[in-house]
Design a protein around this ligand. Structure first.
Ligand code: ADP
Length: 232
């Protein structure tokens, strides 16, 4: 089953920069796909269009049956509930505990308190942080902070997890820890994962699908790929 279909998508920003040209891509349910490419190749723009932070200038994007570009502003929440997002810089609430940071994602959608507790503890267990519920973000390592951000992104049990350079601020050991967490989310929960990265080490180790962008164009798409220099 297909979860994402990007059809003939071009994105031109207001300043005249064309960040993505004529992109066609299909992602199946349960896939784990890296989007790689040099700085400015359009990776973030693709991710942003998937969660409707940006709209394509031309073309169509379907995510879980929703026509993303055509979605009215008042209906964007329907898309956002299908997905979780993880950024390079964690974006945690500094004055809230680990537990509160994750629970907040359920509070804002009006979940009941027993459901909030059950799902928050489960998500923190998945990322291996059940022992740090009462810690504040500044009492955690970078890798742990990113794991809190991942727990927050999956707490609502989304079908899709979008990650934009999630290991960009982490050393190689912590990066591998994060990747183990993402792999188990993909394998055990069945969550589809799309991860933009320029971390060669990780891409080469995990041997997942590799989608290569160069100057906004798709120049490679490999099952069980590696970080391909000549394409970038
Ligand atoms: P990557 O994530 O691969 O580094 P981006 O998608 O961030 O690439 O950027 C692709 C191109 O679009 C770059 O030339 C960048 O400068 C440009 N760009 C990105 N965001 C904006 C924006 N909000 N307004 C104008 N140009 C942008």
């Amino acid at each position: 089953m297909e979860l994402i279909h990007i059809k003939d998508v071009t994105k031109e920003y207001k300043n005249g920069v064309t960040a993505v040209y004529d992109l066609n891509l299909r992602i199946k349910k349960g896939d784990f796909a890296f989007i790689i490419g040099g700085s400015g190749s359009g990776k973030s723009t693709v991710i942003k269009m998937l969660y409707r932070e940006e709209k394509p200038t031309r073309g169509e994007i379907v995510v879980g049956g929703l026509n993303v570009a055509k979605l009215r502003n008042g209906k964007v929440y329907k898309l956002r509930r299908k997905l979780g997002i993880v950024f390079q810089d964690y974006r945690l609430l500094p004055k809230s505990t680990v537990y509160e940071n994750v629970a907040f994602a359920l509070e804002v959608i009006g979940a009941k308190s027993d459901e909030i507790q059950r799902k928050t503890l489960k998500a923190l267990e998945v990322v291996g942080l059940k022992g740090k519920l009462r810690n504040y973000p500044d009492q955690l390592s970078g890798g742990e902070q990113q794991r809190v951000a991942i727990a927050r992104a999956i707490v609502n049990e989304p079908k899709l997890l979008l990650c934009d350079e999630p290991t960009g601020n982490l050393d190689p050991d912590m990066s591998m820890e994060i990747m183990k967490v993402l792999e188990s989310i993909n394998e055990d929960l069945g969550t589809t994962i799309i991860m933009a990265t320029h971390d060669q080490n990780i891409v080469n180790k995990l041997k997942k699908r590799v989608i290569v962008l160069k100057d906004g164009r798709l120049v490679g798409d490999y099952e069980k790929g590696t970080y391909v220099h000549e394409d970038i």
